[in-house]
Write a protein that binds this ligand. Structure first.
Ligand SMILES: [Zn+2]
Ligand SMILES: [Zn+2]
Ligand SMILES: [Zn+2]
Length: 228
């Protein structure tokens, strides 16, 4: 059971705000990842609080910098970093646990923010809201050029999702979709080939006609000569 870093009261599952003192807890990284903070601020700003983000170094494969807002505990990952962090953190996934996957989404508190589009911390363009993986229940904000924003608590949820085989489920679904696409393409090719066969069948019908053309022509020629 995670406890509030301020008053030590137990935290309800997957909740980062303490019900007793209101303290916002770092449930995403504390006890999961060692990290150091960098004193120099990045020019990147939190899309929720509009203050400068802080750089954290998770020291995975040497330097692994991500950004965090010290107020709302939201995290920003450069493209590919979130996936790399999930891979590095969660190992020994035994298989897909569908019951567990359903349960983590049911006991998860609703996102604390109303549904809205938020700005990329780097380019300030509105980000896209995309579902992360199959049944992760997490809608992440993604800028296709700069990376992914996670609200506080969402990374913890993704660690659990991965542990319960969510990533495997996603890979299975992608494989399934790939097979369906292949099947569809195969059928379309078969149909097209069918048309080809039909047209060549007509072609073979027209062949004897063409051969008889000279005969027809000579008959007409003969008939024409009769009139001369
Ligand atoms: Zn507290
Ligand atoms: Zn913030
Ligand atoms: Zn951007």
């Amino acid at each position: 059971m995670a406890r509030c870093s301020n008053c030590k009261a137990p935290l309800s599952p997957a909740s980062l705000i303490c019900g007793y003192c209101g303290n916002r807890n770092d449930i995403d990284l504390r006890g999961i990842h060692y990290y150091t903070t960098h004193e120099s601020d990045t020019p990147r700003t939190c899309p929720r609080c509009n203050i400068r983000l802080k750089s954290l170094d998770l020291k995975l494969h040497n330097r692994f910098l991500i950004e965090r807002c010290k107020q709302c505990m939201g995290l920003f990952f450069d493209p590919g970093e979130l996936e790399a962090l999930l891979e590095a953190t969660v190992s020994n996934v035994s298989g897909i646990d569908p019951v567990g996957l359903k349960a983590i989404n049911e006991k998860r508190p609703l996102n604390q923010y109303p549904i809205s589009y938020i700005k990329c911390p780097v380019c300030q363009q509105l980000m896209h809201r995309v579902n992360f993986g199959a049944k992760s229940g997490v809608v992440v904000d993604r800028c296709k050029n700069h990376g992914v924003w996670l609200d506080g608590g969402e990374l913890r949820h993704l660690f659990e999702w991965m542990k319960l085989g969510g990533k495997l489920l996603e890979q299975e679904r992608q494989e399934q979709r790939r097979k369906e696409r292949e099947q569809l393409e195969k059928e379309q090719r078969r149909k097209l080939k069918g048309y080809d066969d039909e047209s060549s069948a007509f072609g073979s019908f027209s062949e004897p006609l063409r051969q008889s053309d000279p005969d027809l022509f000579s008959i007409i020629l003969k008939a024409f000569r009769l009139f001369l």
